[in-house]
Write a protein that binds this ligand. Structure first.
Ligand code: CMC
Length: 431
C-alpha cells in the first residue's frame, strides 16, 4: 500500500474502496485503478485517454499549464540551443547525455548503417508516382520486418540495440527514396561523411549530374526542427507504437503503426494541413473569414496548427520555431515570405479572439515548422515525413522502455457497451 490513498464510494450501496495514489518525480499524482474491476466490477470511462496515464515513463515530461517540455529532465529550450539531434537521440535512448567518446561512437554507428538493401529500394517502383510519401514510408518501414527477422528477438538487448540503430539510420534514406520517387529522379545514396541532417539534404537534393553542396544554414535549421520533434511522451503515435508493440509484435511493424497514426491531420499531418490552409487563406484580408469558419460549430474547418491536448498556455516548440523562422528566412535571404507574414498575422488575430482565449488554443509545433521546410525547398507532402524521421527516436525509446517494463502487459482497453442486448437469430425469410 502506498502512503497516499484515495477513497471511492459507491453512492448506491455506500461501499468504499481505497485506491493507491502513485507519485512521479514531478507532475500530478495518478490513481492506481488496477484493482477497481476486481473489487467493484466496474471499469473507468475515458474516451481519448484525456485523464489516463497508460504507463510509467522516465523519458519526457510536459507541464501543459506552464508550457514546459523536458527530455530526460533537460528543458527543450536548452537542448535546442546547445545540443544536436544526434546527441538528443542518444539522450532519449540511453537516459543520459553522452561523453565525447560515447557520442562519437553512437554517431559513427548511425552514420554507417544508412544504406538500404537494394531489394527494399526496389519496393518504391511498386508505388504509383503520385503516392503520398507517408503511405510509401509506412509501407517500406513495415517491410523492414521482412528484411531483418533474424535480429528481432525483442527479449534480446543486443537485438533491441541493432533495431534502434538500424531504424534511426535508415529512416532518412527511406524518406529520401520516397521523395525521389515522387519527382522521378534517381535515388541519391547516403554519404556517411555527412551529419544526420546534411546527409538527408544531400539525399533529397543531390543529383548524379552535379556536385551538391549542402547548405550549412539549412542543415542547422533541420537539426533544430528534429530536436523539437524528437519526443512528446504518450501522444497518439507513440501510444500506438507502445500498443502495437505490447503484443510482442516485430518492432518495425510497431514503428510502421506509429507512422500511420502520425499521418492524421489532428497529429503530425497538421504541418502539411497548415501550409495548405495558409495557401487557402491566401491574404491577410481573408483571415477574419477563416477565423469565423474555425469558430463555427457547423463548419468542420479548424485552424490547423492551433490547439493541443496538453498545452493550455503555449507550446514551447512553437515559440522556438517562430524565432527560428525569422532567423532562417533572413539567413537564407528570404526576407519576403508572404506565408510567414500571413501566419504571424493569423496568430495575432486568433490570440486576441475570445473563442481561442477561452478554449486556451495556442499555435502548436506544426504551425510554423512548415514555413521553414518550405524555405528549405521541401515539398508540402513531405512535411509529415520529416516529422516521422525526427519522432522515430521517440518511438524507439518508448518501445524499449515498454519492453522491459515489469508492469508491462498487452494493451487491452475495455469498453462501455451500448449495443443490442442478447437476441435470437431471425432467418432471412422472416426479416
Ligand atoms: N480550431 C478551432 N477550434 C478548435 C481547435 C482548432 N484548431 N482545436 C480545438 N478547438 C476547439 C474544439 O472544437 C473544442 O471546442 P468545444 O469545447 O466547444 O467542443 C475545444 O476547442 C477543445 O478541443 P478538442 O478537440 O476537444 O481538444 P483535443 O484535445 O481533443 O484535440 C487537437 C487537440 C490538437 C487535436 C485539436 O486542437 C485540433 O484538432 N487542432 C488542429 C490540428 C492540429 O494542429 N494538430 C497538431 C497537434 S500538435 C502536434 C502533434 O500532436 O502532432
Amino acid at each position: 500500500m502506498s502512503a497516499k490513498t484515495f477513497l471511492l464510494q459507491n453512492s448506491e450501496t455506500g461501499d468504499q474502496i481505497e485506491l493507491d495514489v502513485r507519485s512521479g518525480t514531478v507532475g500530478p499524482d495518478v490513481l492506481d485503478i488496477r484493482s477497481l474491476n476486481a473489487s467493484t466490477g466496474t471499469f473507468t470511462y475515458d474516451s481519448g485517454f484525456a485523464a489516463t496515464a497508460s504507463c510509467e515513463s522516465k523519458i519526457t515530461y510536459i507541464d501543459g499549464g506552464k508550457g514546459l517540455l523536458m527530455y530526460r529532465g533537460y528543458p527543450v529550450e536548452q537542448l535546442a540551443e546547445k545540443s544536436s539531434f544526434i546527441e538528443v537521440c542518444y539522450l532519449l535512448l540511453h537516459g543520459e547525455l553522452p561523453s565525447t567518446d560515447e557520442l562519437a561512437k553512437f554517431d559513427q554507428t548511425v552514420r554507417t548503417h544508412t544504406m538500404l538493401n537494394e531489394t527494399m529500394l526496389r519496393l518504391f517502383d511498386g508505388f504509383h508516382h503520385d503516392a503520398h510519401p507517408m503511405a510509401m514510408v509506412a509501407g517500406v518501414v513495415g517491410s523492414m520486418s521482412a528484411f531483418y527477422h533474424d535480429t528481432t528477438d525483442i527479449y534480446d538487448p543486443r537485438h533491441r540495440d541493432i533495431f534502434a540503430h538500424r531504424i534511426l539510420a535508415k529512416m532518412p534514406t527511406i524518406a529520401a527514396a520516397a521523395y525521389k520517387h515522387t519527382v522521378s529522379q534517381p535515388f541519391a545514396y547516403p554519404r556517411n561523411d555527412l551529419s544526420y541532417a546534411k546527409n538527408l539534404l544531400h539525399m533529397f537534393f543531390g543529383v548524379p549530374t552535379e556536385e551538391y553542396e549542402v547548405d550549412k544554414v539549412a542543415a542547422e535549421a533541420l537539426d533544430l526542427l528534429f530536436i523539437l520533434h524528437a519526443d512528446h511522451e504518450q501522444n497518439c503515435s507513440t501510444s500506438t507504437v507502445r500498443m502495437a508493440g505490447s503484443s510482442g509484435a516485430n518492432p518495425y511493424s510497431a514503428i510502421a503503426a506509429g507512422i500511420a497514426a502520425l499521418w492524421g491531420p489532428a497529429h503530425g499531418g497538421a504541418n502539411e494541413a497548415v501550409l495548405n490552409m495558409l495557401e487557402q487563406i491566401g491574404s491577410v484580408d481573408q483571415i477574419d473569414k477563416f477565423v469565423d469558419k474555425a469558430k463555427d460549430k457547423n463548419d468542420p474547418f479548424r485552424l490547423m496548427g492551433f490547439g493541443h491536448r496538453v498545452y493550455k498556455n503555449h507550446d514551447p516548440r512553437a515559440t522556438i520555431i517562430r524565432g527560428a523562422c525569422h532567423k532562417v528566412l533572413k539567413q537564407l535571404g528570404r526576407t519576403d515570405s508572404p506565408l510567414f507574414e500571413l501566419a504571424l498575422r493569423l496568430e495575432e488575430i486568433a490570440l486576441k479572439d475570445d473563442y481561442f482565449i477561452e478554449k486556451k488554443l495556442y499555435p502548436n509545433v506544426d504551425f510554423y515548422s512548415g514555413i521553414i521546410y518550405r524555405a528549405l525547398g521541401i515539398p508540402t507532402s513531405m512535411f509529415t515525413v520529416m516529422f516521422a524521421i525526427a519522432r522515430t527516436v521517440g518511438w524507439v525509446s518508448h518501445w524499449r522502455e515498454m519492453i522491459v517494463d515489469p508492469d508491462g502487459r498487452i494493451s487491452r482497453p475495455r469498453q462501455l457497451y451500448t449495443g443490442p442486448v442478447a437476441r435470437d437469430y431471425v432467418g432471412i425469410d422472416k426479416r
